[in-house]
Design a protein around this ligand. Structure first.
Ligand code: F0G
Length: 354
């Protein structure tokens, strides 16, 4: 075993609200790869550097694990009897895994038929109590908030401040690996917890003099679920990016402050733009992320076409979750059908293909 600390709490302990009494749970989350783009960027400006922060490499396949390890550790410290969350899928998958790890009961409330099958499978296999409701994420979250109070359960959605604390470690990693701060940081926005967390991380790193500047924070919502951009609650949010199908984000005001403070923006991208970026990442960069994650790259392309970048800008796009979570979407978007051939025709089929 290496002597390097495992997981984000051990690695960034001095920045996190843990004490000697906090029982630390970790599944070795964090230290995800920051992969340089090979194609993207070159097409619109050869002199900018683009990196993907691949959060799908976390133990349950999304960035949620960074905050969940801390939220579950603190729930244990408090001797909570169970935890609960509403989810578009990834939070429930992460809560279920970390809860299973320490034997803490987990209840997840999700919109029926609206979450990707891989994510539902994760909650099920880890043994969570899964309650599907007829209603969207916003409805699920308001129910969860009520029940958490009446039944004294610990909420592990990003309204739990420990989730934000854990998630801010992704910003630390970006700086540690780049050795500097990016000019721009692009990410998808749903409930707006992650953009809040990154900004907190960057600010704290600057206060600690680990970096000397701050990035501009660039958040992207899906056009059919863009309450912050439109300035009003969206009652029936709709997008192929089911992870960010949210009409009334919890961290709405904070996210607005983040873009104001960082001189960034919150904008929206269409489903076509999201799916275009999604397939482009898979085909040209070798990276399979989930549709919601590709909103960051769709945003980058939108800004590039608007002529935003200057020579030598460094851009990081967070790819929030792994593509294998939603294989149905991958099969639905491809225009290349698989071919069935008899075993003796394989050689001939390859000749024709090349
Ligand atoms: N990308 C993915 C893959 C997500 O699962 C989420 C949120 C986001 C982006 C947006 O992050 O909410 O912090 O702005 N998923 C939550 C969930 C809502 O329940 O898994 P955010």
């Amino acid at each position: 075993m290496s002597n390097l600390p495992h997981g984000v709490i051990a690695t960034y302990r001095e920045f996190l609200p843990v004490t000697a009494d906090t029982p630390i749970v970790s599944l070795h989350e964090g230290r995800t790869p920051l992969i340089a783009a090979r194609q993207l960027g070159k097409t619109f400006s050869p002199s900018i550097s683009v990196y993907f922060k691949c959060e799908g490499f976390n133990p349950t396949g999304s960035f949620k694990d960074r905050g969940m390890c801390l939220a579950i550790s603190k729930a244990l410290e408090k001797k909570a009897r169970a935890v609960i969350c509403a989810s578009t899928g990834n939070t429930s998958a992460s809560a279920s895994a970390y809860g299973a790890r320490v034997g803490l009961p987990v209840c997840v409330v999700i919109p029926e038929g609206q979450i990707a099958m891989g994510k539902l499978a994760q909650a099920v296999i880890h043994g969570a109590k899964v309650l599907q409701i007829k209603g969207n994420f916003d409805v699920a979250l308001s129910i969860v908030k009520e029940i958490a109070v009446t039944q004294s359960l610990e909420i592990v959605n990003s309204i739990n401040p420990f989730r934000i604390e854990g998630q801010k470690t992704a910003a630390f990693e970006v700086c540690d690996v780049l050795g500097t701060v990016p000019t721009y940081h692009f990410l998808p926005v749903g409930n707006a917890g992650n953009i809040t967390a990154y900004w907190k991380g960057y600010r704290e790193y600057k206060e600690a003099k680990r970096i000397s500047a701050l990035p501009k924070m660039m958040g992207f919502q899906a056009a059919g679920a863009a309450p912050i951009v439109l300035g009003r609650v969206v009652n029936n949010p709709e997008t192929v990016a089911s992870a960010i199908r949210i009409g009334n984000p919890s961290s709405w005001k904070t996210a607005e402050n983040v873009v104001a403070e960082s001189a960034g923006t919150i904008d929206m991208v269409t489903d076509d733009e999201i799916l275009g970026a999604y397939t482009m990442l898979a085909e040209q960069e070798g990276i399979f992320c989930e549709p919601a994650s590709a909103a960051s790259v769709a945003g980058l392309l939108k800004m590039a076409h608007a002529g935003m970048f200057q020579a030598n800008d460094t851009v990081v796009c967070t790819l929030t979750g792994h593509g294998l979570k939603d294989v149905d979407r991958a099969m639905a978007v491809t225009s290349r059908p698989t071919t069935c051939v008899s075993a003796e025709d394989v050689a001939e089929a390859i000749k024709r293909w090349l």
